[in-house]
Ligand binder design. Sequence first.
Ligand code: NAP
Ligand code: MG
Length: 404
Amino acid sequence: MEKIKMTTPLVEMDGDEMTRILWQNIKDELLLPYIDLKTEYYDLGLPVREETKDQITTDAALANKKYGVAVKCATITPNAQRVQEYNLSKMWKSPNGTIRSILDGTVFRAPIMVNGINPVVKNWQQPITIARHAYGDVYKNVEFRVPGPGKAVLNYVSEDGNIQSNQTICDFEGAGVIQGLHNKDQSITSFAHACFQYALSTKQDLWFSTKDTISKIYDHNFKDIFYDIYARCYEQQFKELGLEFFYTLIDDAVARVIRSKGGFIWALKNYDGDVMSDMVSTAFGSLAMMTSVLVSPEGNFEYEAAHGTVTRHYYKYLKGEETSTNPVATIFAWSGALRKRGEMDGLADLMAFADKLEASVIETIESGIMTGDLVGLWEGEAPAQKVNSVDFLKAIRGKLEAKL
Ligand code: NAP
Ligand code: MG
């Protein structure tokens, strides 16, 4: 069989620990035999981040902007223990944070669904994708412990020194707390564009919810910006594709989400997205079956698994022990990136390959062959057979070869 050709390189961001091992295994078993893989390679493994004083992360993000599509392996975010372990000169920032701020992107998380691993909410038949606004609100708050009786006031001082707002927050009769939150129109605008772009790209409805009945200025501003951008830039495309943009109050949304069949994107403010993404992903099953895509308002895409580097398994691997680490989310990061590359470059073969690869993964699990993390969740008909990571990849390869 002739290998599938690529025209534009995919930005490949390698990573750390167990996922770095899986990364190479996935390429060797499932990609390199079938694709003339063209990537621009950036090693975001911690040793190279240290060597380059983290310049490599910035370079990788800029390459993502240049070429449009990247695939990323999980990476270590250093903490004090990692600084020692890797003898780091500095506690380098989270690579995901750096990439996200360079791309000004929004993260979309979606579960990979398999018959036999059932969501806790039994009417969810399709994935629910969560889009979390990743700037501001309580994550950039200013807080104050009020020591005793006194008055708290909300003030804005303009550049020319004028004071506006000047509203009483509370006349305290005793001790208490106050908190100042903010957000920026520019950031909300980027968030909205990323959400509409991703909805069009994945052909799913977009839901957005806040508490604008209570927060008549703050949350209402989010709603206004979404409606304005929708009307100006996306309404026509949504209509053409038969998609819906739907705004509702957060409490109404929660009730509807639970009763829904799934199959839509749910955009949320920062805190709501933090909480709801953990709830929705847990209800769908396993962190190892969760994909994550960073989408910039200009339409650049970075695909990855939602989980980390699976450190505990890596230490076992280093001791020569067999591990049954789940590579599914990382495989789907590759298939997602290859499909998007194919779509942008008009390469039908590459897009078809991505579909076949994903179908092979699903069929393998549905036939009962799976990694250890899934065995406890399994409710399928075929008896569950736990295999190690490499045997799992080989089983997928068997299914894939039959489709090519
Ligand atoms: P983690 O790597 O996601 O792993 C947490 C636990 O979840 C694992 O110990 C394992 O449970 C289970 N798990 C996660 N992915 C799995 C998979 N593919 N297959 C099987 N089991 C899986 O999170 P962490 O241990 O908190 O973090 C480890 C490192 O990853 C940290 O250095 C952190 O900075 C980094 N991290 C990176 C990213 C990213 O790059 N996007 C995201 C999160 C964390 P058992 O041990 O019970 O088997
Ligand atoms: Mg959380």
